[in-house]
Design a protein around this ligand. Structure first.
Ligand SMILES: C[S@@+](CC[C@H](N)C(=O)[O-])C[C@H]1O[C@@H](n2cnc3c(N)ncnc32)[C@H](O)[C@@H]1O
Length: 237
């Protein structure tokens, strides 16, 4: 098979066709968690801890971790004592996380396989950017959340300090695919990662979209100088 044909199969394009995105993640599943930790310089652990804190989970609450991949984010949430379920549409990612002790469900963020008002909290880490229609996914997340429940979106974002922003975007565009080539089972997926981060809305733009989907009191907090942002919102009681 010619290289260009092969790349079409394993690297999603920025219009994020669901079958392309799912098979791209199937392709990186095996070494996904390790690659993440390496390319983030270990900061992914701190980002996950802060995401759990932002959710302020209590034992016994029901939590949906959407686009959960191998469930590494779900395991972090479950440390709170809440009942956390991982959902993702990549069978490969779910299979790579089979050894984790969390319930896993195959499902599409744009048509969630859950009843209305099922969860106390819904969260999505580094997933919303990959969904073909993020606004539809935000509305689906609202539908399955109980009145008074909350949302936390963890996503790559725009560094706030100009010089850092420039270095960061250079790092993403040049070093990231190079590092990924050394460690990932599908380095082309990391070219997509860099491109999709650059095309993603800023913190304030994303806050408006979350509010437009029906969430209230939307606020965000920057981590690592804005390389990551945690957006929080509530479903009116
Ligand atoms: C970058 S990974 C994040 C995994 C995990 N949350 C983490 O923090 O490491 C993004 C995940 O989003 C999933 N995804 C993308 N679009 C989706 C959709 N429409 N429905 C469900 N999952 C989706 C992909 O399959 C992938 O596993």
């Amino acid at each position: 098979m010619a290289k260009t044909e092969r790349q079409e199969l394993i690297r999603a394009s920025l219009d994020k066709q669901p079958h392309e995105v799912a098979s791209m993640f199937d392709g990186v599943a095996k070494r996904y968690d390790l690659t993440n930790t390496l390319i983030s310089g270990g900061q992914d652990v701190y980002w996950r801890y802060e995401t759990r804190k932002a959710l302020a989970l209590r034992p016994g609450e029901r939590v949906l971790d959407l686009a959960a991949g191998t469930g590494v984010s779900t395991v972090e949430m479950a440390k709170s004592g809440a009942w956390c379920v991982a959902a993702d549409f990549s069978q490969g990612m779910l299979a790579a996380g089979r050894f984790r002790n969390v319930p896993m469900v195959a499902g599409d963020a744009m048509a969630l396989p859950f009843a209305d008002e099922s969860f106390d909290a819904v969260t999505i880490s580094y997933g919303l950017r990959n969904v073909a229609d993020p606004d539809l996914a935000l509305r689906e997340m609202l539908r399955v959340t109980k009145p008074g429940g909350r949302l936390v979106v963890a996503e790559f974002s725009t560094p706030t300090f100009g010089p850092f922003r420039t270095v960061y975007m250079e790092y993403l565009m040049k070093a990231l695919p190079w590092v990924a080539k050394k460690v990932s089972s599908n380095p082309d997926a990391y070219v997509y990662l860099a491109e999709s981060i650059r095309a993603w809305p800023t913190q304030s733009q994303l806050a408006l979209r979350i509010a437009d989907a029906g969430w209230s009191a939307v606020k965000w907090r920057n981590l690592s100088g804005g390389a990551v942002a945690l957006h929080r919102g509530y479903k009116l009681a």
